[in-house]
Design a protein around this ligand. Structure first.
Ligand code: ADP
Length: 437
């Protein structure tokens, strides 16, 4: 991972890891003050968040969130129509909340979380490369999405500026850093997976002469697409990839994230069912791709009843498999355990790769003969539905980090869970990048 990171920083296309520059060179530190907004545009809805910051010791005085579905007809129309709709909603939220802003002429500041592929041109602007996840608004491709949104806001008479344009991982990092200044990286493990971290300017070889205020910059790794000859894949991984709509892409993600873990388990079980009589004649119930969702896999894995009642119930109610014998249910739990453990260990390896890349894995400490207790504390902000809801996954991850780094170094590596980096984190970045500061 560390070697691939270096290759991705040396040249565009130098690695499966894109290592995208975000131009974010400073992170919130807890001193931010005032009212800020964020807009998180997802595939099916958008969320608007209003955040009031107290200005001392990471004080969030108030935060309000509203989520709105995106009407279907706007997902395939013109960008002006979608953004006019969003600007109108933003305006009405601001009016409704009637915030006592001291100076109504002051331009409001927005953090825009835009989870689609963008070529960033500054911390607050970027060109849309393509849509994913079901949206296809042709006339937006190749355009600066910030400019499009700001034009829509000004058409609506909304005095608001996009202070930052980020992806959700960067929001997580900002949220982590706001609460704990030792936060150096963020990892999201939900439906998909990604990570970002703070890199030294000199290490970003592909952008020589890059100016930053702090000497560092947040790099969005897009680690879901990581693959390497050092990463062993099984026949199940290869078959899953071959049959996926994005073949040869997102290789790491396909071994780790919530979208795929249940499906890997299903593939293993289905083969066991076909090649043995362990599931009796119920094998065909497992033939449908993606019929075993990851939350159900986790529930079976975490079934601690002696006769595995929950496993029996899930197999019966969700896959239609009646009377699966206890021996087979035990096997199901074992397969879930192997698949979850592998995923957690891969994430751990990825995290250690980041720490190694930024010299925080303890190896320089050993080389320079540093004595006990002198390793710097490093916090990794982690968020996402899979990580948050899957306790055994979290345990395996922590265990593997300690195993790779050794207990002594691992004591200074803190995995801290956060919630809503894409909302709160983006608003915090709007604050730290505010032109009103
Ligand atoms: P996003 O879709 O934006 O990644 P989340 O971070 O909330 O949203 O992650 C949702 C994903 O988390 C789901 O797709 C699912 O795979 C996974 N997930 C949700 N609940 C559980 C659970 N109880 N156990 C394991 N995985 C879960």
């Amino acid at each position: 991972m560390a070697v691939e990171m270096q290759a991705g920083l040396a040249s565009d296309g130098g690695s499966k890891l894109k290592m995208l520059l975000t131009f974010v060179d400073s992170l919130p530190d807890g001193q931010e003050m005032g009212i800020y907004y964020s807009l998180d545009l997802g595939a099916t809805n958008f969320r608007v968040l209003q955040l009031e910051l107290g200005g001392r010791n990471s004080m969030i005085l108030r935060h309000k969130v509203e989520s709105h579905p995106i009407p279907r007809y706007l997902m395939t129309g013109k960008i002006e129509d979608l953004f006019d709709f969003i600007a109108m909603t933003l305006q009405s939220i601001i009016d409704k909340n009637g915030v006592a802003e001291h100076n109504p002429d002051l331009r409001r500041e927005l953090g825009f979380t835009f989870s689609f592929p963008v070529r960033q041109t500054s911390a607050s602007s970027g060109i849309l490369i393509r849509w994913t996840k079901g949206i296809s608004i042709e006339n937006a491709i190749g355009k600066d999405v910030t400019q499009c949104l700001e034009e829509a806001m000004s058409r609506r008479g909304l005095n608001m500026r996009v202070a930052v344009l980020v992806n959700d991982t960067v929001g997580s990092l900002a949220l982590g850093h706001y609460h704990d200044e030792d936060t150096v990286a963020a990892v999201v493990i939900g439906t998909g997976t990604n990570a970002c971290y703070v890199e030294l300017r000199e290490a970003i070889i592909k952008s020589r002469g890059l100016l930053t205020n702090s000497g560092g910059m947040v790099v969005n790794m897009e680690w879901g697409s990581f693959l390497s000859s050092h990463l062993p894949r099984t026949s199940y991984d290869i078959a899953l990839d071959d049959e996926s709509p994005n073949r040869n892409e997102q290789g790491f993600e396909k071994m780790i994230s919530g979208m795929y873990l249940g499906e890997i388990v299903r593939r293993v079980l289905y083969r066991m069912a076909r090649e043995s009589d362990i599931f009796g004649d119920a094998a065909h119930f497992m033939s449908a791709p993606f019929s075993l969702r990851t939350p159900l896999m986790a529930a079976m894995h975490e079934d601690d009843s002696p006769d595995l009642k929950e496993v029996a119930k899930i197999l019966r109610e969700n896959l239609g498999m009646q009377d699966v014998p206890l021996r087979a249910r035990r096997m199901v739990v074992r397969v879930c355990d192997i698949v979850a453990r592998r995923a957690a260990r891969l994430v751990a390896a990825g995290i250690v790769g980041i720490l190694k890349k930024i010299g925080r894995d303890g190896s320089d400490g050993v080389a320079t003969g540093r004595t006990k207790g002198e390793f710097r504390r490093s916090v990794i902000a982690v968020e996402g539905g899979l990580y948050a809801s899957y306790e055994l996954f979290r345990e395996y991850l922590k265990e593997a980090v300690a195993e790779i780094l050794g207990e002594e170094v691992a004591r200074n590596v803190v995995l801290r869970t956060f919630e809503d980096g894409s909302g709160i984190g983006a608003a915090l970045l709007a604050a730290s990048h505010s032109s009103n500061r």
